[in-house]
Design a protein around this ligand. Structure first.
Ligand code: SF4
Length: 144
């Protein structure tokens, strides 16, 4: 985790302005599963400073490291979520997140397992892999 504020406060157009990208690109990152915005009851999307940092990391990975969106999604699919949330062996063995490598766990439709109905945006798995620094720190924590 990091200390960047997680309170959702920016509309999609304000967030896009702050990042210097288009609203269309923001929507694409959401559709591709790289970001989960906060959604109000009206379905309006809001973004926090932490969300902005996540998107900066995505932009850096695409523009500097030359990894495309599909590549990022596959890297995120390798997050060992089962070791973080400590779901049961039974849940793990039947879970697409454990068995697959195409999309992150929060993009999978979970039914009848530990993650069914959980709020992925608030989950330690999603939050821990939110920016370039925290990804490495979390992996060190898991592997040390
Ligand atoms: S709650 Fe969502 S983000 Fe957390 S481990 Fe389950 S699917 Fe992944």
């Amino acid at each position: 985790m990091n200390n960047i504020p997680t309170e959702p406060k920016y509309s999609i157009s304000s967030a896009a302005n702050l990042l210097g990208i288009s609203v269309h690109t923001m929507r694409m990152y959401e559709k591709e599963g790289l970001i989960i915005p906060f959604k109000k009851e009206s379905n309006q999307r809001l973004y926090s400073d932490n969300d902005l940092e996540r998107i900066r990391c995505i932009r850096q990975t695409i523009n500097k490291d030359k990894i495309n969106i599909e590549g990022i999604r596959r890297v995120l699919s390798l997050i060992p979520c089962w070791a973080i949330v400590k779901c049961s062996a039974e849940d793990k063995e039947s879970c697409e997140a454990y068995n697959g490598h195409l999309k992150p766990c929060w993009m999978i439709n979970h039914e009848n397992n530990y993650c069914a109905g959980r709020d992925c945006r608030e989950c330690e798995v999603y939050q821990s892999f939110g920016n370039c620094e925290s990804i490495k720190n979390k992996l060190k924590e898991l592997l040390d």
